[in-house]
Design a protein around this ligand. Structure first.
Ligand code: CDP
Ligand code: CDP
Length: 216
């Protein structure tokens, strides 16, 4: 059986998790949402009122934290936090947490352990550049900021979460900037990644495009 390592990176709302989930099903391989792991840590920092400057407290907290996935559900210390980690308070805070070297080291170790000996498709910001440097397939999904904000807005409305389009637009723009400009593993296209602008593509079109490259 082929062992697949597939990296999907890109900015917020470019379609990474939607596309990666479908491809994982089609290839019958594991999907790992690394963004959810950063969100879970950010959520716990907020919940426990840990100061972001107190790196030692954050490291201790992470050592005593269990993150588990079961299909679309993420469990943080045994509790389903799938909805909570997508709330605006976490979205507005997560990039700060993701810029901390110790947080990245901890989560990258967990991610590489999961990838060991498993076929996996992972999505995030540093998968092609750091986590799965040796991936056979690397994709960098992109779309205009307006389209990405629109997608996220529609998604929130469908989930009946009250949001304002301008706030989503601002949140995504600020998160992109923070992710691109941070020192530790910034959001970047790996030199050997294939970039796909999905601004005018629907989900099926993007999935077909990736599969045609993988199965070629
Ligand atoms: O779903 P969305 O694209 O909005 O974000 P996400 O994938 O859930 O990631 C949330 C945040 O986690 C990102 O904005 C990054 O700050 C951070 N992240 C990261 O630094 N590295 C990763 N591999 C994944 C996420
Ligand atoms: O993971 P990431 O933040 O990159 O994006 P996502 O959560 O997979 O996608 C954000 C929203 O855009 C979802 O509601 C998708 O259904 C939608 N989407 C779309 O309309 N067209 C695409 N080509 C890709 C995603």
């Amino acid at each position: 059986m082929n062992i697949y390592k597939i990296a999907v990176d890109g900015p917020a709302g470019s379609g990474k998790s939607t596309i990666a989930k479908i491809i994982a099903k089609k290839l019958n391989i594991m999907y790992l949402d690394t963004g959810a792991m950063y969100r879970a840590i950010a959520y716990k920092i907020l919940n426990k009122n840990i100061k972001i400057e107190n790196i030692n407290d954050i490291v201790d907290m992470m050592k005593n934290t269990k993150i588990l996935f079961d299909k679309d559900i993420i469990f943080l210390d045994g509790i389903n936090v799938s909805k909570e980690i997508r709330m605006p308070n976490v979205s507005n805070f997560v990039s700060k947490v993701a810029s901390i070297k110790e947080v990245r080291e901890h989560l990258v170790k967990l991610q590489t352990n999961i990838a060991n000996n498993n076929s996996v498709i992972m999505d995030g910001r540093d998968i092609g550049t750091v986590v799965l440097k040796d991936a056979q397939f690397k994709f960098f999904l992109n779309a205009s900021i307006k389209e990405r904000a629109n997608r996220r807005y529609k998604e929130m409305i469908e989930k009946k979460i009250e949001v304002d389009f301008d706030n989503i637009y601002k949140e995504i723009s600020q998160r992109d900037l923070a992710d691109i400009n941070r020192k530790e593993s910034p959001l970047a296209k790996a030199s050997d990644a294939i970039e796909i602008d999905t601004s005018t593509m629907n989900i099926d079109e993007v999935v077909l495009k990736l599969l045609s490259i993988i199965n070629n």
